[in-house]
Design a protein around this ligand. Structure first.
Ligand SMILES: [Fe+2]
Length: 446
């Protein structure tokens, strides 16, 4: 059986690679000192009949930039129990969550927090700590303070240095608001009971609220009993709602606001307006996992704005852009505050990647940067020129797969001169498979 998520650039690569002295076209800004990290699934033993894109061993890819040069590219498996059994070596050190899934895999995001590179996944697994060369160090439960797993999308509050996550498990009938301090200790874990067991991929924070997405993609017992490796399905009758939880409140303090059924993997950002309304910019899928059991393929996803009056029962919805897109990012110094700019990847029917989109939400316009049908951009990461730079004054970096040459490169764009083309391209020795997320780790933070 041909599984599209094991074909083309979705297909895994077999070996870990280390290459130094990468060829560069153009000039890497001297201010960019750090590592551009990315992660995705790279299954070593997938069954094409049942494989789902979201499953499989994790592989991290990284490029280190320093003083205008590209020091190295590395790819490394994020070790899990299956990889240890297949490749040999010691078990992954550190604690194990008894409710872990898929051999303790971590394949969805890589972030830097409290002095550690953390490879992350949702559904109940512990974060996996990587060293500066991207090798696996150990699983962590933050010194025993994390009650279950973490999520793939912790959001850093720039005001406090804390990260906020919505944690779920197929074995829980609640979603958990977890706050991890600047020092890497869990300071809050509040269980919010839910009527079903939805997939809660991401969350948002605003100055007053933690935002919970209770949307109709549910753990399906029938599918689980049938042995399907990814037992989450669209529900026609669950409904859809957004919860506003006061950031330090108890579960009973949450207010729920109905929205038309849809699925959101990724918010762009949320903020509060002058009237005290909560405004959420989200990438909205019309449905999810209704017909395709192998990946997120239920029609194109649009950029929508949801406005919530905390006293009103319904969300007000507005379409901002009907072009297919995913993986929205902002200048993350503005997480929870009003953003003017957002950056996303063109994604058409069948999860076909394209160029990048830059949204100016104040002016209601966008720019598109597209290098043609063979050039497939992945999530763009924004890095400000300096800590004092204004919003959008910095660089966008993306791994780009070229389907004509079957190799990838890292492309660096000046965000304020978005359509002018890259100021630098870093040639990589191989292709980087389509994956999920990545981030920039400043050298000074390490
Ligand atoms: Fe994600």
């Amino acid at each position: 059986m041909n599984n599209p998520y094991l074909s083309g650039n979705f297909a895994p690569i077999e070996e870990e690679v280390s290459v130094t002295q990468l060829a560069v076209t153009g000039q890497i800004p001297a201010e960019l000192n750090g590592q551009l990290l990315r992660i995705g699934p790279n299954p070593i033993a997938a069954d094409p009949a049942s494989h789902h894109w979201f499953l499989g061993n994790g592989m991290v890819h990284g490029v280190q930039l320093r003083e205008g040069r590209a020091d190295w590219y590395r790819s490394r498996f994020v070790m899990d129990d299956e990889l240890v059994a297949a490749r040999g070596g010691a078990p992954v050190p550190g604690p194990t969550n008894p409710l872990q899934l898929g051999n303790g895999v971590a394949n969805t995001n890589i972030v830097y927090h409290a002095g550690q590179r953390l490879a992350l996944v949702e559904g109940g697994n512990l974060p996996v700590v990587l060293d500066a060369d991207l090798n696996t160090v150990a699983r962590t439960n933050f010194g025993g303070t994390l009650p279950g797993g973490l999520s793939a999308h912790p959001h850093l509050d720039p005001a406090t240095g804390e990260v906020h996550s919505a944690v779920y498990s197929p074995f829980w009938d609640y979603v958990q608001h977890v706050v991890v301090s600047r020092e890497g200790v869990v300071t809050r874990a509040e269980n919010i009971p839910l009527p079903g067991q939805p997939m809660v991929h991401d969350c948002m924070i605003t100055p007053n609220y933690f935002i919970v997405l209770d949307l109709p993609v549910l753990m399906n017992m029938e599918a689980a009993v049938a042995g399907e490796p990814f037992p989450y399905r669209w529900s026609d009758d669950y409904g859809a709602r957004v919860g506003l939880l006061p950031r330090a409140g108890r579960a009973a303090d949450i207010t729920w606001h109905e929205v038309d059924p849809c699925y959101v993997f990724h918010p762009m950002n949320g903020f509060e307006d002058a009237q005290g309304r909560v405004v959420l910019d989200v990438v909205r899928h019309p449905r999810m996992f209704a017909t395709d059991k192998h990946g997120p393929n239920e029609g194109i996803a649009t950029l929508d704005r949801w406005t919530i009056d905390p006293r009103q029962p319904r969300v007000s919805e507005q379409r901002l852009d009907d072009q297919g897109q995913e993986f929205p990012r902002i200048d993350e110094r503005l997480t929870g505050a009003q953003h003017r700019y957002g950056y996303s990847v063109m994604v058409e029917e069948g999860f076909a990647f394209g160029g990048l989109i830059k949204h100016d939400l104040q002016e209601g316009r966008k720019e598109v940067y597209d290098e043609g049908p063979s050039r497939n951009f992945m999530e763009a990461v924004f890095v400000p020129r300096s800590s004092a730079a204004s919003e959008d004054d910095g660089w966008l970096m993306s791994y780009v797969y070229d389907s004509a040459s079957h190799v990838s490169e890292v492309v660096i764009l000046a965000a304020q001169d978005f359509t002018a083309g890259p100021i630098a391209r870093v040639q990589l020795p191989q292709r980087v498979p389509y994956g999920f997320h990545g981030n920039w780790v400043e050298a000074t933070a390490q």
